[in-house]
Design a binder for this molecule. Structure first.
Ligand code: DX5
Ligand code: ZN
Length: 226
């Protein structure tokens, strides 16, 4: 297969939960690179989504890497359950951690469980806030939307954070995954990757009423081919 500029990480928020394992297998067949599973607690964000049982169901359906994006007020209380359910990277929100020290402790907790550690930042949080923490992280997730809902329109102005972070990492001689989350479509995927993102989360662009997951992934990956 031709190389692509970035991997696509499907999010299942708009998938058919009655047919979840098949939806996951379909997306894998279409070229999903890894899975991005959105856990919401009704506190950090208004909606509830799902927890460890659904992560375990996806784990049983795919051999691919799974990251759990914890949009929850107390992420550390969920880490062990998420790891046991099969998540391999635990992504928490910098805004939920509340301080650099707390964020560093959460990242260490994730690594102590044998997982990778990722931090997500909301649109209003500057990416420079994470610079003192980068050595403790395996991934930064830059939200292009307000977290809590799939199907929103990406604010592409926020890609400047990706450009800034990628330039900073390169200057420091570091390679780290930068993930963008929210509103990725075939029409903007290439712009997102060229800004420096290595992982693009795609929810409604993969699971929607007009295409199969295989067709949708084909279109997204086609937009990213080098
Ligand atoms: C939103 C989630 C996203 C979202 C992506 O709070 O973190 O991962 O589900 O869905 P789309 O691609 O539809 O914006
Ligand atoms: Zn997400």
């Amino acid at each position: 297969m031709t190389d692509t500029l970035a991997q696509i990480a499907p999010s299942i928020l708009t998938a058919d939960f009655g047919n979840l394992a098949q939806q996951v297998r379909d997306a894998d067949a279409g070229g999903a690179g890894l899975w991005h599973l959105d856990v919401m607690d009704g506190h950090f964000v208004p909606p509830l989504s799902f927890g460890k049982e659904v992560i375990a169901a996806v784990r049983a359906a795919t051999p691919r890497f799974i990251e759990a994006h914890l949009m929850v007020a107390k992420p550390g209380e969920q880490f062990e359950d998420m790891a046991k359910a099969g998540a391999q990277r635990l992504v928490f929100h910098y805004e939920a951690a509340g301080s650099l020290d707390a964020a560093r402790a959460l990242a260490q907790q994730a690594r102590d469980l044998g997982c990778e550690a990722g931090v997500a930042i909301n649109p209003e949080t500057p990416v420079e806030a994470l610079y003192p923490l980068l050595d403790a992280l395996d991934e930064v997730v830059v939200m292009l939307i307000r977290p809590g809902w799939g199907g929103q329109v990406a604010n592409l102005d926020l890609l400047d954070k990706v450009r800034t972070l990628r330039a900073h990492l390169t200057a420091e001689g570091r390679a780290m995954a930068i993930n963008i989350d929210g509103g990725v479509k075939a029409t903007n995927a290439r712009t997102c990757a060229e800004a420096g993102a290595s992982i693009l989360v795609a929810g409604s662009a993969v699971f929607n009423a007009t295409q199969t997951p295989q067709q949708a992934l084909g279109e997204l990956l086609g937009a990213l081919r080098t």
